[in-house]
Ligand binder design. Sequence first.
Ligand code: ATP
Ligand code: MG
Length: 395
Amino acid sequence: MKLNKAVLAERTQKLVELLSGRHGESATIPAHLIHAAGKELGYENCPGAIWKGKAGYGMYTIPSSSGETLSAASPEAPVAIVALEPNKLVADLNITTNGFSENLIPEKDPLFVPFGNFSSLKKILGTEMFYPTFITGMSGNGKTFSVEQACAQLKREVIRINFTIETDEDDLIGGFRLVEGETRFFKGPVIKAMEMGAVLLLDEIDLGNPAKIMCLQSILEGKGYFIKKTGEYIKPVAGFTVVATANTKGKGSDDGRFIGTNVLNEAFLERFPVTCEQEYPTVAIEKRILNAVFEDLGTKDQDFSEKLVDWADIIRKTFYDGGIDEVISTRRLVHIAKAYKIFDDRMRAIDMCINRFDEDTKTSFRDLYTKLDADVEVAEEDFTVDSVDKAEPAW
Ligand SMILES: Nc1ncnc2c1ncn2[C@@H]1O[C@H](COP(=O)(O)OP(=O)(O)OP(=O)(O)O)[C@@H](O)[C@H]1O
Ligand SMILES: [Mg+2]
C-alpha cells in the first residue's frame, strides 16, 4: 500500500509520540520495541523515517518530534535491521545466524505448520518477559524451526548459537581479536542479545561442555553480566530472553542415540523455569506439512505424501514399543519429498533417503513401505530376501 507524504508524516508523528512517552525524548532503543509500538498502532510496517537514527547494532534513536527527520518522511518499507559492511560486521559482532537471514528477525516460512508447543512458545516470547525455556525432543521434529517461526511471527530478533563441545566463554561472551595490528575486545552473541533485547537461542545446548557453558549461569537468572576482561557491566535490555533446544533433557543419552550429548549441570538446568517436550506432529498435521512441501516443490502427489506419513507413523509407534531402533523424522520425510522431485520414483526416493540406516533397519523400513503402497515397483536387484529375513519388526 502506497501512502502519501502527509499520511506518512502523521503515522510517524504518532509513533514518535508513543515511543517518546514510553522511553523518553530521543531515547535510543532496540528495534523490536519500535516494531512492537508500530504493531500497537496497527501499522503493518513502521514508517521509514523512524529508522533514520541508527545508533549502533540493532539500536535506533527516536527522532525528536520537532526534528527534520519527521517532515522528510520516506516511503514505507520493511526495514533491514542489519546493514553492516562485511568488515564492519566482523568488527561489531560475531553472531551465528546459521539458518536465518542476515536480518535478525527471521522470515516467515509459508511451509511452517504450527503444532504442539508452538502456541505456548509464542505466548512466552510474546510477553517479552525474561523466561528461559528449554525445548527437548527427538531429532528433526521442528524444535529449532518453531523458535525461528515464533520469532518471525512476533517480529522478534533472534540470535542463534549452535553448541559444540568446543563452545566456550570466548565464543559466547566475547574476547580479544587482532584487528589491524591491535587487539580489541569483541562482544560475543550472548552480550549482543542482552544489549538488543533479543531472543537468545541456545541450539543443541546438550552438545556443549557443561564446564565451558557455566558462564551463562548468571545470565540465565536474568541478571546483568560483568565482563571481567573489560570491566564492563552489561544489563539485559527489556525483551531479552533465552530459549534452549536439545535432544535430551540434559541428562545424557542412555540408549546412545545422541552421541556427543552431555550431562548438564543440575544448577544450570534449574535455571530454566519451563521445559517443553516436543513430540513428532500428529498424522493429520504431518500430512499438512508434507502436502505443502510437495506442492511447493511442484510435485503434487497427495497419495504418496500421505502414504509416507502413515509409514513414518507406524515406524515411530514400533520404535516407541521397542520393536526397532530407528525412527523416520519429519525432516527425513521432507528429504524424501525432495528426492522424489529429483528422481521421480517413489521407491528410489525412499531408498536414497534410508540408506543412512543399517542394513536390517533399511530393509525393514523398505518392506513396510511396500506393504502400504501396492503401486510401488520393487526392483529385484535392490531387494534381497535374505536381508528381509534378518529383520523382523512387529509389522
Ligand atoms: N511445524 C513444521 N512445519 C513445517 N515443517 C516442519 C515443521 N517442523 C519440522 N518441519 C520440517 O522438519 C525440518 C526439521 O526441523 P528442525 O530443524 O526444527 O528440527 P529439530 O527438532 O530442531 O531437529 P534437531 O534436534 O536435529 O536439531 C524442518 O526443516 C522442516 O522441513
Ligand atoms: Mg534443531
